[in-house]
Design a protein. Structure first.
Length: 62
């Protein structure tokens, strides 16, 4: 990734997404994302997990 910062960023987003999905699958209902003042990264992660979060929230209200 040294020569491709964009690919490094995408790999980080994918890794964070996988970690959050694993946390949600194991019962964690809240995470805090430290993006180091890079809101695009947080937005990408939230986009990736939005359907999962919606499903979990829907289950919680049944």
């Amino acid at each position: 990734f040294q020569d491709n910062p964009g690919a490094m960023m995408q790999a980080g987003i994918a890794y964070a997404t996988e970690q959050i999905i694993d946390l949600i699958a194991n019962g964690i209902r809240g995470v805090h994302i430290y993006s180091m003042n890079k809101p695009d990264i947080t937005a990408a992660i939230m986009h990736n997990i939005s359907h999962i979060v919606e499903a979990v929230n829907a289950e919680a209200h049944v």
